[in-house]
Design a protein around this ligand. Structure first.
Ligand SMILES: O=C(O)CCC(=O)C(=O)O
Ligand SMILES: [Fe+2]
Length: 310
């Protein structure tokens, strides 16, 4: 077992238990909330940077306010979503009655200011199934043979919130018509590099997922073929970790280094709800120093973003 131990502000131990070679760790010994000290927050940040997605169990005390206060210690929370209203709530409701995110994606890539991280808290769970899988887009890039790295680094992709283009096949019949209308109520389109340089670690990561509409400069068929080639690399099982939720569990993922997929293998009559808070991120930058560019939509009221120096 690979375990890293560091001390919290109260002197108690934080244990970070690795779950796989490329992605995932369980963090023990932390009670999440707005009252965490700087050493604990810094241990959580370090674990997130290293493991891409981290899991906390037994956080049943956490309320929506507590989740938000904790999020403020890690970064700047965005509004819940660029298009979905949350009825004044501080978090986005992930609710099986609205839809099921059983398609691989990085959160909110249709805007230029792609969130830095998401913090997801399980509230109501089905009696079986409904786990979530994350994939490391850094490990996927690093495993590419050199010619494919060079190709990926030269490509840019257009991402939109009208998300059925790329053939990834979100099971849209599962998503309520009202939810979908609201999701698409404002049109966003952004051009991102296919390989982004991670702003904290300098690592290279593939930036794709279900919001991709096309690869710039290619025909529809070529675009689809190359999208699938890289997307299949990302979702190789060796790059993934899967979490089977219990109520009170919290997952935090680095949204610049991962994609995720919510597995729709629970009974249709059962409800599954979680609450998500995302942290504001900067505008991605490619290996050539070129930043992402907005094609349509202004996400200024979703999240403030400072353009990264090229
Ligand atoms: O339902 C889940 O497990 C994840 C849903 C999702 O895509 C998200 O919270 O960003
Ligand atoms: Fe998501």
């Amino acid at each position: 077992m690979s375990v890293d131990i560091s001390a919290t502000d109260s002197g108690a131990a934080v244990r970070v238990v690795r779950l796989g070679a490329h992605i995932g760790a369980r963090v023990e010994g932390v009670r999440l909330g707005g009252d965490l000290g700087a050493r604990t927050v810094s241990a959580i940040r370090a674990a997130l940077r290293e493991h891409r997605v981290i899991f906390f169990q037994g956080q049943d005390h956490l309320t929506e306010d507590g989740q938000h206060e904790f999020a403020e210690l890690l970064g700047n929370p965005t509004t819940p979503h660029p298009t979905l209203s949350s009825g004044g709530a501080k978090s986005l409701a992930i609710d099986s009655r609205h839809g099921r995110s059983n398609v691989w994606h990085t959160d909110v890539t249709f805007v230029d200011r792609v969130p830095r991280a998401s913090i997801l808290r399980a509230v109501t769970l089905p009696s079986y199934g409904g786990s979530t899988t994350w994939a490391s887009t850094v490990a996927a890039y690093e495993a590419l043979p050199e010619p494919l790295k060079v190709l990926a680094e030269s490509l840019r992709a257009r991402h939109t919130n009208l998300y059925d283009y790329a053939g990834e096949g979100r099971s849209s019949e599962q998503n309520s018509a009202a939810y979908r209308r609201e999701f698409e109520s404002r049109y966003f389109e952004t051009e991102h590099p296919v390989v982004e340089v991670h702003p904290e670690t300098g690592e290279r990561a593939l930036l794709l997922g279900c919001f991709v509409k096309e690869l710039v400069g290619l025909s529809g068929n070529e675009s689809k073929a190359l999208f699938q080639l890289f997307q299949q690399r990302i979702t190789r099982l060796e790059n993934t970790t899967r979490w089977n939720w219990s109520p009170g569990d919290v997952a935090i993922w680095d949204n610049r280094a991962t994609q995720h997929y919510a597995i729709d293998d629970y009974d249709g009559s059962e409800r599954r709800t979680l609450t998500r808070i995302t942290l504001a991120g900067d505008i991605p930058v490619g290996v050539d120093g070129r930043a992402s560019t907005v094609i349509a939509g202004d996400a200024g009221d979703y999240s403030s973003a400072t353009p990264r120096a090229a």
